[in-house]
Write a protein of this length. Structure first.
Length: 295
């Protein structure tokens, strides 16, 4: 295995750990229709399951994600309705997760994240070298006076490992916001553009596409433009990231071979400014990939 292969493999494993970290530490998802999103994830998981898959593990993960994404404790019956699963099965999975301290019961006998979930979050953070090898390089981008972000793609959502607004400390930038629809962010569009047309079409088949009410044809047109220029330049609508009060722009480039994450700068970015800012982003990308390749 040559250095490029090792670097790609390391980045991929780190991104997988990072996705787990984000799933179990974001205890609230700032978007409507969380139950619908979980059901979509459940359906997609079913279509991708290997022939010898363990249904208890996959169902347990779905239940765990639903609770980690909720802003309040939930009972088994409510979860079963939301996930379209049998109440008896959901209750059995909840009790199993509670017995491991991954979840805990409230005085009202509902379930919420327990101490075990936070231990898993800490272990995932320690195991993910992506963040560890990125922090110093990301620091160099703060001189732009723009939002600096590092994110990964999980199905149709972007999970931000790092999202730092001007004046914020690096510690406060870690996992500070929940997931966002991939099609509404520069990070997400850059990562989607790195996948195949077939994967994108399958992901959004028969579903509304956030930001693209015209349908998949409009999305694919934008994806192809991103591929042609080799980076994403996206106008972000108000209140979708941080505390922005006006429409602003994001530029983003991918990390790794194969692609596993994306870097972004966000704020007031007129198109004539993108060339110089992309030089900074690509320089940061090279440093991070070099760090990852060095172990």
């Amino acid at each position: 295995m040559d250095q490029a292969d090792r670097r790609g493999s390391t980045l991929e494993n780190s991104a997988e750990n990072a996705v787990v970290l984000l799933l179990i530490t974001h205890l609230k998802m700032d978007q409507v229709g969380n139950g619908s999103m979980i059901r979509d994830a459940k359906a997609e998981m079913a279509t991708k399951s290997p022939a010898q898959s363990n249904k208890s593990i996959s169902d347990g993960f779905i239940v765990l994600q639903a609770l980690a994404s909720s802003d309040r404790p939930m009972g088994g019956r409510e979860l079963a309705r939301m996930l379209d699963m049998e109440t008896t099965r959901v209750n059995r999975l909840l009790k199993t997760l509670a017995s491991m301290d991954i979840l805990q019961q409230t005085a009202q006998r509902k379930y919420e994240p327990g101490s075990g979930m936070h231990v898993l979050a800490a272990q995932s953070l320690h195991a993910s070298s992506l963040l560890r090898h990125s922090m110093d390089a990301l620091e160099t981008l703060t001189s732009t006076g723009l939002i600096v972000a590092l994110g990964v793609l999980w199905r149709d959502q972007v999970a931000y490992l790092y999202h730092r607004t001007p004046g914020m400390s690096a510690g406060d930038a870690l996992g500070r916001i929940g997931s966002r629809p991939a099609t509404m962010t520069g990070v997400g569009m850059a990562l989607l553009a790195a996948t195949t047309d077939e994967e994108i079409i399958s992901l959004y088949a028969g579903r509304d596409i956030p930001g693209y009410p015209e349908g998949p044809e409009a999305l694919m047109q934008r994806i192809n433009a991103i591929r042609a220029q080799n980076y994403a330049y996206v106008e972000v609508q108000p209140d979708t990231l941080g505390k922005a009060s006006d429409i602003h722009q994001t530029i983003a480039t991918t990390l790794g071979t194969p692609t596993t994450a994306a870097l972004a700068l966000s704020g007031w970015i007129p198109e004539p400014s993108t060339e110089e800012l992309m030089k900074l982003l690509r320089g940061c990308k090279e440093v991070i990939e070099g760090n990852m390749g060095g172990g």
